[in-house]
Design a protein around this ligand. Structure first.
Ligand SMILES: [Zn+2]
Length: 362
């Protein structure tokens, strides 16, 4: 596939189960029989953003938006979660188009929901059983424009500089925007040579959209899915070089940070037990105890629109160029993904959300 300058992009062949291209997302959603597929947004590049839903939806008898319900001291006015209502988990696939490891994972999750097996033919009995007991919402790729612009199908064995070139993009003179410098121009317009896969075709990075007046249809659709579905957990799926990690969400209540930490500890233990690379569970810190403050990002917004325990998951993508980076193969990356889903659904089932107070809303 030609790069920006017409040079061939050399990359290793990917195995058949590595389904991270947009055409493979289209095929996966076309084969959904047990779930329900909807198109929740059209990108500026006129590509569909899909939501695949499994499991019945409980009537949560909403009578107020989430923050008003909190203002009235009863989140159950927004969603009447009784502790016996079906857990709802929202997987927000990559908003950064080059982080296709997560699309590979979610396309395989759809396969497990449909057949009990991933695309390698491996059985995931507990995960399949958990899907039956939850409402599982899957956005396989939240930024199809960015994915379409990314010439690579995997980063295993590729140098960090190449990934940065196509992920975060370049200026007109070819210099790299890099991370996190790429966030200092937003929307990413003007001095752009290669528009990074971080952005949709309008230069919007949905992770840092303007959440009180979203610029991107993709962001609006993600938030609307959260608002209408009231997930207990909402995960924004990303990738980085280091071992997989659950990041501390910013500007959320302390008890949410505690849930996320607890889940992160369980997940890292699962990775260690499976001989997979494992990062650390997230900290619980006070936001903005020093300058500059953390950003109010998509994860913060997801929490505040619906009360979900929202967090960022960082997979590893297998790039080279830093000794701290995890060395992983295709199988290990898919295992990292499927173990995340398995553990999160189990955690949601183990910790049912109970918002209904006995003396309220009678
Ligand atoms: Zn990312």
């Amino acid at each position: 596939m030609p790069g920006k300058e017409g040079a061939a992009v050399e990359q290793p062949a990917v195995p058949d189960f590595w389904k991270g291209r947009l055409a493979e997302v289209d095929e996966a959603v076309a084969e959904v029989r047990r779930g329900k597929v909807s198109v929740i947004a059209r990108s500026p590049g006129e590509r569909d953003v899909y939501l695949v839903a499994y499991g019945e939806r409980d009537d949560l008898r909403s009578q107020a938006n989430y923050n008003s319900a909190c203002g009235g001291r009863d989140p159950a006015a927004y969603a009447r979660k009784t502790g016996e209502t079906r857990p709802v988990v929202l997987f927000v696939g990559p908003v950064h188009g080059q982080e296709m490891e997560n699309t590979v994972g979610l396309v395989n999750l759809i396969r497990v929901a449909e057949t009990g097996q991933d695309w390698r033919g491996r059985e995931w009995p507990r995960l399949a059983a958990s899907i039956e007991r939850c409402r599982v919402l899957i956005i396989p790729c939240a930024n199809p424009d960015g994915r379409a612009r990314c010439p690579y199908d995997s980063w295993i064995g590729i140098s960090r500089l190449i990934m940065t070139k196509f992920g975060q993009g370049t200026r007109k003179d070819g210099s790299l925007y890099g991370w996190p410098g790429c966030k200092l121009v937003h929307p990413m317009v003007g001095d752009v040579g290669i528009l990074g896969a971080y952005y949709n075709d309008d230069g919007i990075n949905p992770m840092h959209d303007e959440f009180f007046a979203p610029m991107a249809e993709e962001t609006k659709a993600i938030l609307e899915a959260a608002r209408t579905e009231a997930p207990d957990f909402a995960v924004s799926l990303h990738s980085h070089g280091q071992p997989p990690a659950v990041l501390e969400p910013s500007y959320v209540p302390k008890f949410i940070k505690e849930h996320v930490q607890q889940f992160g500890e369980r997940l890292m233990k699962r990775y260690q037990d499976a001989d997979l690379p494992a990062g650390r569970a997230p900290a619980i810190s006070e936001d903005g105890d020093k300058f500059p403050p953390p950003s109010f990002n998509l994860v913060s917004a997801l929490h505040h629109i619906c009360g979900a325990a929202a967090f960022t998951f960082e997979c590893c993508h297998g790039v080279t160029g830093d000794e701290r980076y995890a060395r992983v193969d295709f199988d290990q990356i898919l295992d990292i993904q499927l173990i995340l889903y398995d553990e999160l659904l189990q955690y949601a089932l183990d910790s049912p959300v109970h918002w209904v107070q006995e003396d309220a809303l009678q």
